[in-house]
Design a protein around this ligand. Structure first.
Ligand SMILES: NC(=O)c1ccc[n+]([C@@H]2O[C@H](COP(=O)([O-])OP(=O)(O)OC[C@H]3O[C@@H](n4cnc5c(N)ncnc54)[C@H](O)[C@@H]3O)[C@@H](O)[C@H]2O)c1
Length: 329
């Protein structure tokens, strides 16, 4: 009996979506990718779309012709399409809110109608301003006020989580929620405010690495190859693992952003300097940042034996290698 399945990935031409598509193909599945290329890129999937097991649809999720038929025919849905990146969500808050809420509502409604397995890519941002040293899935959430920038993304993703859980409660839609923490690796774009691709690119060019604030804020970085393993494993089972539940996915070793900049400079043997830019200059008034954001990964470790395999050094080398290869092409 063949275990091959057919998955739909919204946001499939994005950074995480394209890596997930590759993994699902490696695992013997077929994939349909829906992407409007708003932040994703055809270059992320150029090798994939030549394959007969891959169907690519360039469209907004909600405007996809025959979306209902694609949902009916697939075995499961990875919903990754969203407005992503601090810069984008600050510059285009209304678009970001609308994109994150409306597109999720549209695809989740159809997933519920056909009882399809549905993984929602959520975010560590939903933990908001919590000062806890490690965030657990059962924590209460502490979001900043609407008048301040940034929180629109957290709230829209949180409403997506509420919608997914309500679909599970009311319609028994087999949903799983993955809260992703700083997923990084080759193909991630620095254009929308992602720190690591921005640092590595600057280091390779010999230009200054801009650290916002004093650089003492810490983050935990997880290689995209580790993250997509976990994401795929959650939905591939029949039934999926942890239906109706939330899982943190990330790495749990912390580094300050200033130390990250130093590490990037050292590993790329760059002559770049670090420049510290006050938040007031980097962002419009009212931007808030968090001092720490570290996941507890006890739950996902216990459930699917997840443990990140790639170190931060591996990640930086992989990103540097991919940026160098792309600039040679
Ligand atoms: N990278 C991270 O560290 C991280 C952290 C937390 C959460 N996430 C979540 O993971 C998911 C993927 O993020 P990513 O880092 O790969 O970013 P990305 O920007 O590379 O991927 C998002 C993709 O969705 C597409 N898209 C956006 N709106 C769409 C729409 N309405 N219809 C069709 N396609 C649309 C974009 O073109 C893009 O290809 C997002 O839901 C994001 O919120 C990512």
């Amino acid at each position: 009996m063949s275990l091959s399945k057919h998955y739909l990935i919204s946001g499939g031409a994005g950074f995480i979506g394209s890596h997930l598509a590759e993994l699902l193909l490696q695992n013997g599945h077929r994939v349909t990718l829906i992407d409007d290329l708003s932040t994703g890129s055809l270059s992320n999937i150029h090798a994939l779309i030549k394959r007969k097991e891959v169907h690519f649809i360039r469209s907004k999720v909600s405007e996809t012709t025959d979306l209902e038929r694609y949902i009916e025919e697939c075995d499961g849905i990875f919903h990754l399409a969203a407005a992503v990146g601090v810069k984008l969500i600050i510059e285009r808050p209304l678009y970001s809110i609308h994109n994150n809420l409306h597109e999720t509502e549209c695809i989740l409604t159809l997933a519920s109608k056909y009882k399809k397995s549905f993984l929602l890519a959520s975010t560590s941002e939903v933990y908001g301003k919590s000062a806890k040293s490690r965030f657990s899935e059962s924590d209460d959430l502490y979001i900043g006020q609407p008048a301040l920038l940034r929180w629109n993304y957290a709230c829209s993703k949180l409403m997506d989580e509420f919608m997914a859980i309500a679909s599970w409660r009311e319609y028994k839609t087999p949903i799983v929620i993955a809260r992703l923490f700083n997923i990084v690796g080759p193909r991630q774009s620095g254009r929308y405010g992602m720190v690591l691709p921005r640092f590595v690119k600057a280091a390779l060019e010999g230009s200054p690495l801009s650290v916002y604030g004093d650089g003492t804020q810490t983050r935990c970085f997880c290689h995209v190859a580790d993250a997509v393993q976990a994401i795929a494993l959650l939905l591939e089972g029949s039934p999926p693992t942890g239906v109706g539940e939330i899982f943190n996915i990330g790495a749990d070793s912390e580094i300050s952003i200033a130390d990250l900049a130093r590490k990037v400079i050292s590993l790329t043997r760059s002559k770049s300097q670090i420049e510290f830019i006050p938040y007031e200059k980097a962002y419009p008034p009212g931007f808030q940042d968090m001092a720490r954001r570290k996941p507890s990964i006890d739950k996902i470790r216990a459930r699917i034996n997840f443990s990140p395999k790639y170190s931060l050094e591996d990640i930086i080398r992989d990103i540097a290698h991919s940026i160098s290869c792309n600039s040679i092409r």
